[in-house]
Design a protein around this ligand. Structure first.
Ligand code: GLU
Length: 475
């Protein structure tokens, strides 16, 4: 099943690459035999891990001109080394449900690259989690974290545990069992997890509590996304969504546009989506649709954010509940949110949620900017459509880096026993996002593909890690 999906994604990716017009000067992977052979080796060594293959292909596809400029990277086998995680931990998580039944899940932590700092990246609890998902996320995280300019390496973890419908006690027992194994691999100078899909403040609290109990150390810097009463940072909850909109603001500015007055669509309805909507509304834009995996809601007057927060964050209910409480809005069961016409689109749900057809429909309907709040939500075909049509496209590793950047700000506050104000922290986040935008923009131009933020992010993120790896020797 996974292998079949894999071949579909990869065949279409190759077709997409082969179909590129002469205006894009970057050599494609197929035109670069060395990169192609590295990619084929990654596919061979990691069978069935289609999301990981996809993430590697996207980065390697940008690197031809980098190798031409820095031949030492090939001599030092940097690409081969960067595609192989430094360490992969897979473990059993036994726990008891409320009926006293014993349940078993599988836990993962992939410590991908520590050239720039301790491994840093979230934990995802979702039934779809397997090694290929954790590796794609960990691989992306290396370059994302590099782009933030903060001293953090890349890693990711999680479990196939499904938090939906579980009681608080079940969540706590699961988190404690998860940490019973993971604690030995963590530390503020070693590996610092945070949240991702299915892991928020509640889970981080239970994980931190158990880490503290096992180690007998109040090591605040070992996890980020903590509650404010025990070492968390203001703005961390909002950071990924806010940062995404700061990034879009910059992409629009380059084109002489702004968010003010724009009609927007944001997929998802978790933390990232909710705070992206909040920031769009603060900046004078209007979000008319958001979604969950069952369908989407359409509220032409603009999403009522207080209601959305109540339904999703307080009541932990499905999005259809919004319509029950706001009868003037519509719920489209099983609908595709990308059919809603908009000028700005932000996929903030999950990987591969926006395909080539969706991208074609969005651009036909007049979208001018798209930025990824989720990790790899746009398929390779979708990315190609946006780039070909001249839509400003912000890839996740740049556009959603505000979350992990604010995690690094949390680590900074923990290390100095300090706590910054909301405004000060948000200002720092905005500066970081502006910096990421500018580096991606300049790098894309420098390497011959102006306006292509995918190349800009991949190249800029990669070069910093590669240079550090060369300096650190063969380790
Ligand atoms: N899971 C988030 C991401 O994809 C945040 C990671 C973190 O804060 O360490 O970047």
């Amino acid at each position: 099943m996974a292998a079949k999906k894999n071949s579909v994604v990869e065949t279409s990716r190759r077709n997409a690459v082969a179909g590129r017009g002469p205006s894009i000067k970057t050599p494609t992977l197929a035109q670069n035999p060395y990169l192609e052979s590295v990619y084929q080796e990654v596919v061979r060594r990691n069978p069935g891990e289609c999301e990981f293959h996809q993430a590697v292909h996207e980065v390697l596809d940008s690197l031809g001109p980098v190798l031409a400029k820095f031949p030492e990277f090939a001599e030092h086998r940097i690409i081969e080394r960067i595609c192989e995680p430094e360490r992969q931990i897979i473990f059993r998580i036994p726990w008891q449900d409320d009926k006293g039944e014993v349940r078993i899940n599988r836990g993962f932590r992939v410590e991908f690259n520590s050239a720039l700092g301790p491994y840093k990246g979230g934990l995802r609890f979702h039934p779809s989690v397997y090694l290929g998902i954790v590796k794609f996320l960990g691989f992306e995280q290396i370059f994302k974290n590099s782009l933030t300019g903060m001293p953090i390496g890349g890693g990711k973890g999680g479990s196939d545990f499904d938090p939906h419908g579980k009681s608080d006690n079940e969540i706590m027992r699961f988190c404690q069992s998860f940490m019973n194994e993971l604690y030995r691999h963590l530390g503020e100078y070693t590996d610092v997890p945070a949240g991702d899909i299915g892991v928020g403040g509640r889970e981080i609290g239970f994980l931190f509590g158990q880490y503290k109990r096992i180690t007998n150390r109040y090591e605040s810097g070992v996890l980020t996304g903590k509650g404010l009463s025990y070492g968390g940072s203001l703005v961390r909850t909002e950071a990924t969504g806010y940062g995404l909109i700061f990034f879009i603001e910059q992409m629009l500015k380059v084109r002489g546009e702004s968010i003010k007055g724009k009609t927007c669509v944001v997929s998802g309805s978790g933390n990232v989506a909710i705070f992206a909507i909040e920031k769009i509304h603060q900046m004078g834009g209007k979000v008319i649709a958001c979604s969950d995996s069952d369908g989407y809601i359409l509220d032409k007057r603009g999403i009522d954010l207080d209601l959305l927060k109540r339904v999703k964050l307080e009541q932990r209910k499905r999005i259809r509940e919004y319509v029950e409480q706001q009868p003037k809005s519509h719920y489209v069961a099983g609908g595709n949110i990308w059919e809603v016409p908009c000028e700005v689109a932000a996929p903030c749900a999950t990987q591969n949620e926006l395909n080539g057809k969706d991208a074609a429909l969005l651009s036909k309907n007049g979208v001018i900017a798209v930025a990824e709040g989720a990790n790899m939500p746009t398929t390779p075909e979708g990315v190609k459509v946006f780039l070909d049509k001249g839509v400003a496209f912000g890839p996740g590793k740049a556009a959603n880096a505000g979350g992990v950047a604010t995690s690094a700000l949390e680590m900074q506050q923990n290390a100095s026993r300090d706590a910054w104000t909301f405004d000060f922290t948000e200002q720092k986040l905005r500066q970081i996002m502006m910096g990421i935008h500018d580096s991606c923009y300049k790098t894309a131009e420098e390497f011959g593909t102006p306006g292509n933020y995918v190349n800009g992010a991949n190249i800029c993120g990669f070069i910093k890690v590669a240079k550090a790896m060369v300096s650190l020797g063969l380790i």
